[in-house]
Write a protein that binds this ligand. Structure first.
Ligand SMILES: [Fe+2]
Length: 251
């Protein structure tokens, strides 16, 4: 298992990432704080660690302290969405490779959220756009908030296609909303599942989640040595921020 969280704190086991809105002194982190803006990025539909060369296979999320309202986690299946695609679009996606970038997705949330040092640690990576489950061969497409280019396609067209795929998968009738009870544990397959966190009143309620991530077996696509990411255009930023709730919440 590999674990990584910018919010990791020493009080939990090293294998478990702590995703709290309380700091090391047990105080609620104020709304607008950079740490919360980072977490706000999780309100965009994504699949865990798709910005890494070897993305996560599975995630296990445990609700330790959960707010009485808000703070749900929503799930959607890219396997169901793939199966519903028209045949010509399935054919078009086959063997395509997308580029995923953490710097790009966090750039949709706010300017300069990543230090140059952090950005250098997470360079853009290629991921197969269609993945088959090796056990049952069922296919899913594989996109996320981090997906920002498709190799061989103009950037604007690629991003329109990525948005279309995300929207197809996350139509309200296809989304499961998990309302957390303390002690709940949810596990999911990141190869074919999108998820996102929902906002809650961060000034009022604590929310402490523990996450364990199971690493995938290997890269999903061959190297793309010259992968470049075009800066987010206004339409991209508007679309990304459209998924976020304003940080300012009524106290
Ligand atoms: Fe996540």
């Amino acid at each position: 298992m590999t674990i990584r969280s910018i919010n990791s704190q020493a009080r939990t086991l090293p294998e478990i990432a702590n995703l709290p809105n309380v700091d090391a002194k047990d105080q609620i982190i104020p709304a607008g704080d950079k740490r919360n803006l980072f977490n706000a990025g999780n309100q965009m539909w994504h699949t865990d660690s798709s910005f890494k060369r070897v993305p996560a296979l599975a995630s296990l999320l445990s609700g330790r302290e959960v707010p009485p309202e808000g703070g749900e986690t929503q799930y959607a299946s890219m396997r169901v969405a793939y199966e519903r695609l028209p045949a010509d679009l399935k054919t078009f996606l086959e063997n395509k490779v997308a580029i995923h970038s953490f710097e790009y997705s966090r750039g949709l949330v706010g300017d300069e959220l990543l230090t140059p040092e952090h950005a250098a640690q997470v360079p853009p990576v290629p991921q197969a756009l269609v993945r088959a489950n090796p056990a049952n061969r069922r296919k899913a497409y594989y996109v996320a908030s981090h997906a920002c280019e498709i190799v061989g396609m103009p950037t604007g067209e690629a991003r329109a296609l990525i948005r279309d795929l995300l929207e197809r998968a996350t139509r309200p009738e296809l989304v499961y909303t998990h309302r957390w009870q303390p002690g709940d544990l949810v596990m999911w397959d990141n190869r074919c599942t999108l998820h996102r966190g929902r906002p809650w009143d961060e000034n009022k309620y604590r929310r402490v989640m523990h996450r364990t991530t199971v690493a995938g077996e290997g890269p999903t696509a061959p190297d793309v040595p010259d992968a470049t990411v075009t800066r987010a255009a206004e339409i991209d930023i508007a679309w990304g921020r459209g998924q976020l709730t304003p940080v300012e919440l009524a106290g």
